[in-house]
Design a protein around this ligand. Sequence first.
Ligand code: AGP
Length: 608
Amino acid sequence: MCGIVGYVGKRDCAAVLLDGLSKLEYRGYDSAGIAVVVNNAVEVIKAQGKLANLADKMNSVGRPQGTVGIGHTRWATHGEPSDVNSHPHRGGEKVTLVHNGIIENYKEIKEQLIAKGRTFVSDTDTEVVAQLLDSHYTGDPLSAIAATMAEVRGSFALGILFSDRPDCVYAVRRESPLIVGAGEGESFIASDVPAILKYTKQYYLLEHGEIAELDRNGIRFYDEKTGKPVEKALQTADWDMEAAEKQGYDHFMLKEINEQPDAIKKTVLPRVENGLPDLSECGITKENIRDFRNIFIVACGTAMHAGMVGKYVIEKLARVPVIVDIASEFRYRDPLIGEGDLIIIISQSGETADSLAAMRLAKERGAKTLAVVNAKGSSIAREADMLIYTHAGPEIAVASTKAYMVQIAVMYLFAFELALSKGKITEEECRRLTGLLLDMPARIDTVLARSAETQEIAKKLTETESLLYIGRGLDYALSMEGSLKLKEISYIHSEAYAAGELKHGTISLIYDGMPVIAVDTQRALHEKTVSNIKECKARGAMTVLVCGESACTDSEIADCCFPLPETDDLLMPMLAVVPLQLIAYYAAVLRGNDVDKPRNLAKSVTVE
Ligand code: AGP
């Protein structure tokens, strides 16, 4: 997903922009560029590839000297990655802008502009909006922006320079997140908080349909449609630079895997009172969650896998039907959801387009909405009826780890509270389970201390073309997450499969030496899982067991084993996911991949 930065102040703008863009690299990109106002003209430098290419180009062509500018990291949607398709883009003589998101009707606008004699140099929708803005510009930025917004459709955010307004940066938001940082005699725009933390922790959330005007005297906000000034509340980032840095780890992903015990404490402890779940600070009481007919859990990727854990636990304890769905499927299958139903949207970024759209659809149909979100003030967080923030801190690595961990921790809290409110478990049982949840950080620490064992397992996987993750029940949900982690950062193909389903076709894939990672933590299903592992072993598979320590006895079935400290079966996912994360991490490292910024991926997918 693209990254936007902008600056007005007294500093070396090019340096501020490059630094800000480097803090947004985790979002994934394939090119970058900056525009700086120099002597009432706008100089643009852009380059395909990593930020280092842009810095090299700046050194070779000369670094633009100015104190006002905008910058961008591009994750290509329209037009291949190339210098010419990189942002910033110009519109005529006056307009230069950067863009995150999609302009849905760019083709028809482009045709209209070409008919009026305008020419284009790129294949991007961004250049179309730059040219359109320039066509509306007669000296008043706000009215030109408003006229442009009236014509374009899509979800996006823009950072804009007008060459005859050399001391100003403008920004406008339609869905895609954008913040406005407030410093001393300087101000910023950015797609996310890490880009400005070095300079200020104070920022405003630009809302849908608002325009921001920044200059050295301050920041002003206007309603895009009416042009009227808008008063906004100043936010303070609860992160600091250090939290957003690697702190000595080789990669953000390894740091974030090791931050999981702390993330659980920060997320769970404020929601436990006298040994029982207390979600009242999130607007959740026993009374307002007790009577839902169905519960839908809708999300994408890893967040959806956390929802799978939630399904098993909620159904097991509260005896309420739970339907888990991929957001991009849910929103287009005319779902049977309405009054009396609850939809739980799980999202680390709180900006995933499909998840946001799924929540809006459910709301339109009368369902209550509960968001489980990590990013404070994000779109999903602000639109939900009920909201449980996870407190994992900034998750910079594209591969989600600590966010997943605290998402399932919230699923447990919600399931315990719901089951107790419905009288399906006693207060004593609820206290027992909550106590086990509170013990998890210490137990996970013991697993983290054994990372060398996962490194050894990873070495057995790096040459394989493909492998299977298998499990039953909660172990199947964990297999899905383990498989995604491996695929997305090591680029090794894998598939998660319900262990009991293998014999219905997929087992034909197994060749001599094929790795099969079996998750076997559910004691009630252990015998069945063992027989499935034996089916694989009998066909030559190299079997890796991630299991409870009492299961790691049968050397016949396991070529290698990662025994876990045992707890209630329901809570084993919090322990089992850690070796799966570490195996994926070390496999990626061994293959020399860019672990924190895997190819083709973005941290938050704010486009469909
Ligand atoms: C997980 O490792 C991936 N980065 C991806 O699947 C992610 O979980 C998914 O895109 C959902 O993102 P969200 O939690 O921000 O909505």
